[in-house]
Design a protein around this ligand. Sequence first.
Ligand code: MN
Ligand code: MN
Length: 466
Amino acid sequence: MEQKIKAKELKEKLFLKRKNTYAEMTDEEIQKADEFCEGYKAFLDAGKTEREACTEAVRIAESNGFKPFVSGTRYNAGDRVYLNNRGKSVILAVIGSQPIENGVNIVAAHIDSPRIDLKQNPLYESEELAYFKTHYYGGIKKYQWPALPLALHGVIYKADGEAVTVKIGEDDNDPVFVVTDLLPHLADEQYKRPAGKLIKGEELNILIGSRPFKDDESSENVKLNILCILNEKYGITEEDFISAELECVPAFKAKDIGFDRSMIGAYGQDDRVCAYPALMAAVDTVGVPEKTSVTILTDKEEIGSEGNTGLRSAYLKYFIYDLAEAWGVHGHTVLSNSKCLSADVNAGFDPTFPEPFEKMNAAFLNKGVVATKYTGSRGKSGTSDASAEYVSEIRNLFNENGVIWQTGELGKVDFGGGGTVAMYIANLDIDTIDIGVPVLSMHAPYEITAKNDVYMAYKAFSVFIK
Ligand code: MN
Ligand code: MN
């Protein structure tokens, strides 16, 4: 008997514990999490593309005292600035009380999500139906995208250089668009395809019309009618598609999931589920942080962080250099003394599909924010692998501040893997670790997260930049 009690005590003392947020959080804190997620759902609906999320983030930042960053300015402690990078990524900074050479605290999330982009020359007619040709963006299971209501978002630059903003399919009175699929009765041959080709890339054609232009006997009258509608509404011609960025995203809105409303279902939670908590942690900064905080909401993570709005470009480095220069400090001194949370999602363990996960090291819904020491795949290739020293620092920070957290690895060894922006920031000589929210059905048109985890991400980013 005595031995048994001792074993229980020792287990309590020695074993690693996974904590469920519902067991650990007070009712008051759970209510706070629910309230926080109302703002999160509104952010999801307002920003379904990188451009819209950037615009919404800037709007929220401006209404919380952030001003456009002016290079060369020596800012005062407590000043709030933002840099809008081409309308697709944004950097927010709150100037700290410590000298800039001590480094900055960076939280970096991404605001692009997998989706279906229109090709440059997209519009065609076939058998008197009109379509858009597309090229998908990011890692999607293509078979998930047909037979869903889709909305069209983006921007078109006309011949005269004027920009037209497009957003169709979000209002209840708007039409929506769709990729068609074959009926099961005729799908025998389709079923024999490997799943990755169940729907092929060139089959992701978006149905946009069927009504022909009247009183004319020439061909392509459905296409003509569509162009007439677009010309009347936006003043565009077919050539204007070439200087456009049009993105198809699911037309549905963010909703609570479950009888208990404990989860959120929405498109684009990878990685707005980290971008929104990161943004709110910055705007909710109380007083003056010790170190300058830098919050990055970046573009192009889903296609490898390339391009001048992605984090492989120099835009973050240039911002830090500009900031440093105003105090006569070299930019690399600031970078080398900086620390970063790469705020990105990890896969939540899915009991329906346990096989690709290694349970001891997987992340679970409702068990808090996930610390991912390394991502990558096949022998840790393509990852920055945070140091034990830095993990120790973050572990203590979270434990001392009531952040409920867990570790996570993306699947079993050699089962796949993934990447985030962590390595591109670490490559600037910055200590970096991935911290994010576990997601079910990641990269699907409808992704699932747990509300308490979203709130723990907010809490984690808040204590980090305090
Ligand atoms: Mn991501
Ligand atoms: Mn992703």
